[in-house]
Design a protein around this ligand. Structure first.
Ligand code: DAH
Length: 339
């Protein structure tokens, strides 16, 4: 019997079950009612009294060691099983979550819109694909004006009247068609010009147009509104100056400069040693434009302005090359996370 017990022990030691089913088969083979251990206990009855104690102990030891082995195999298999059955690998390193940031042009656009919204302006939108009337004719552009030239404007080949808007002033016209004074709107949007791409010019950029029409609107209102805007964007100590200029749709017309923040007005390479930076065009809405668009210029007057969003962003963030705004290089864009 001792020999038989040793054989079973040796067999058990050689076993390496790979699955829970194999472990169960081993249990049945050795520990079930009709298993090998049960047979041993049966034979045990015939053992002489002098050997009963020692053989009985051997059989019990064998039973306990088989039970331990079965337990060991079961636990080992359940640990190994985990990665196969679970898609989560708890040992994998954490991947740092990267969040996107707003584009600097959007940041500035939103900031400017918010400034004017607080003054009671509302956002007004118009189409990017336009016609001659809304971009030029209704804005008092003479027929021979160079802006109507193919060199400046993208026309649609098969339809000479269809073009990509060159400025958001076209939205002024759309607004006057729809609304009666008082009108107080800002119109942000993309504009397109047939220009060679360089550090200072692009064929696509963003503008914000402003229009204010009511009774008794004066040039002083324009000046004060723009001063407020400039100080909100560039800082409270910012000064503005208005230089006489020409736009077909405003009379008088002006260009606005802000004092250069980098040199404090003393003159540097950014302001080309003038102490001033040009930021926008503006003026009192031309009576022809009011009349063309159904507004009585004897009762109403208004001011308008138009600014380039990239230009403001370049000045505010000290970016010298306009092209950076369109290349979508994340090394550039990530720098605006804190704004
Ligand atoms: N539309 C002009 C441009 O693109 C900018 C502008 C100038 C808009 C004067 C205005 C204005 O409303 O009054 O250059």
């Amino acid at each position: 019997m001792i020999e038989k017990i040793k054989q079973i022990k040796a067999k058990i030691d050689e076993l390496e079950p790979k699955t829970a089913e194999e472990v169960e088969l081993i249990r049945i083979k050795y520990l079930s009612k009709k298993g090998e251990l049960a047979a041993l206990f049966n034979d045990f009855r015939n053992v002489g009294p002098d050997q009963k104690k020692s053989i009985g102990q051997e059989i019990n030891n064998l039973k306990v060691s088989i039970q331990n082995k079965l337990e060991e195999w079961k636990n080992g298999l359940s640990i190994k099983k985990q990665p196969i059955h679970s898609s989560i690998d708890l040992t994998q390193q954490e991947i740092e979550a990267k969040f996107g940031t707003r584009h600097p042009v959007s940041l500035i656009k939103n900031e400017i819109c918010d400034i004017f919204k607080k003054l009671g302006f509302t956002i007004y939108d118009g189409p990017e694909i336009e016609d001659d009337w809304h971009v030029f004719a209704a804005l008092n552009f003479p027929d021979e004006h160079p802006a109507r030239d193919m060199q400046d404007t993208f026309f649609i080949e098969k339809h000479p009247d269809v073009l990509l808007r060159t400025h958001t002033s076209s939205v002024q016209v759309r607004c006057m068609e729809q609304q009666k004074p008082p009108i107080r709107v800002i119109c942000p949007g993309r504009v397109f010009r047939n220009e060679a791409i360089s550090a200072r010019a692009h064929c696509l950029f963003h503008q914000i147009e402003g229009l204010y029409i009511d009774k008794d609107v004066s040039f002083a209102d324009l000046q004060q509104t723009l001063l407020h805007f400039a100080q909100e964007v560039f800082g409270k100590d910012t000064k503005i100056r208005l230089r006489p200029s020409y736009f077909p749709f405003t009379e008088p017309s002006a260009e606005m400069d802000v004092s250069c923040k980098l040199c404090g007005g003393k003159g540097c390479s950014v302001c080309k040693h003038t102490g001033w930076l040009e930021v926008l065009g503006c003026g009192m809405v031309h009576p022809n434009v009011l009349e063309t668009n159904g507004i009585n210029s004897n009762i109403y007057s208004g001011f308008a302005f138009g600014l380039g969003v990239e230009r403001i962003a370049m000045l505010k963030y000290s970016v010298k090359d306009l092209r950076l705004y369109f290349e979508n290089d994340v090394r550039f864009l990530n720098q605006f996370t804190n704004y």
